[in-house]
Design a protein around this ligand. Structure first.
Ligand code: ADP
Ligand code: MG
Length: 248
């Protein structure tokens, strides 16, 4: 179906590290309300692409545009200002703080110079309910949560910055089946809210369940970007491994 104009577009993006060509001439569009999965073997350039969109790495060449306007992302804070939120694998949660305090870390709501705990708790409850995230009390220390719940808190936290797009680098790689299912439900609710979502995952069954489109990277090259319904599990594996370069 026609999705209209993309919110973010990458064109001809390349990046090298010394002798390693991590990305070569990569194009990607991300639309509102769309989940795009990046798949590829270890070292294929997935995290490098995420980090370029997160403002962590600068591309050697190519352009990034936001709703048709060329932008640069010289720092993580510039990416946040452009509406791009990122959840990296380490999550960067503070284990001994509660769910609500992690959500508002660095973004505390105050009134008259004092922390407004009540307002933060109300906002946290509303946010987690809207995300359909299954959580214990928001006053629970994050240390007591499952891996899936921690991932959900990390994702929910980024939403307080009102992003247009959220980047998730291997959000389920350390999770059980049940925990992964919770995170996938949350990703679906992000799509329903109209966010663009980029997810890196090695779990192709999960990718097929959640993604609208799948981009295959091999040795830094974009082998193809496919609508999920147009490509089988076996075809994705063949494209990733290099058994084939194109679908017939
Ligand atoms: P993926 O996430 O698909 O496993 P990466 O994007 O992490 O792949 O890495 C792509 C290639 O770039 C690999 O060969 C990796 O070793 C290299 N690379 C990534 N980041 C750096 C870095 N900071 N310094 C040097 N080489 C890097
Ligand atoms: Mg990676």
């Amino acid at each position: 179906r026609d999705r209209g104009n993309p919110i973010f577009s990458l064109r001809d993006i390349s990046k090298h590290f010394n002798a390693v060509q991590a990305l070569s001439h990569v194009d990607l569009d991300i639309h509102a309300g769309e989940v795009v999965a990046l798949v590829g073997d270890n070292g294929s350039g997935k995290s490098t692409l995420v980090k370029i969109l997160a403002g962590v790495y600068q591309p050697d060449g190519g352009t990034i545009s936001h709703q048709g306007t060329t932008i640069t992302l010289p720092s993580p804070s510039a990416a946040q200002h452009a509406g791009i939120a990122t959840v990296f694998q380490d999550l960067a949660l503070t284990d001994n703080l509660t769910i609500v305090n992690n959500l508002f870390l660095g973004r505390e709501v105050t009134r008259g110079g004092l922390l407004n705990e009540h307002e933060m708790e109300q906002q946290a409850t509303t946010l987690l309910r809207r995300l359909k995230a299954r959580m214990p009390s928001i006053r629970t220390p994050v240390a007591h949560l499952s891996g899936g719940q921690k991932q959900s808190v990390a994702i929910a936290r980024t939403l307080l910055g009102n992003p247009q797009m959220i980047l998730l680098d291997e959000p389920t790689s350390a999770l059980s089946v049940t925990q992964s299912a919770e995170v996938l439900t949350l990703i679906e609710s992000l799509r329903e809210r109209g966010l663009g979502v980029v997810i890196v995952s090695h779990n192709l069954a999960e990718v097929q369940a959640v993604a609208d489109r799948i981009m295959v990277l091999r040795l830094g090259r974009n082998i193809g970007t496919f609508h999920t319904r147009d490509v089988s599990y076996e075809q994705i594996v063949s494209l990733i491994t290099g058994a084939t370069d194109r679908l017939d």
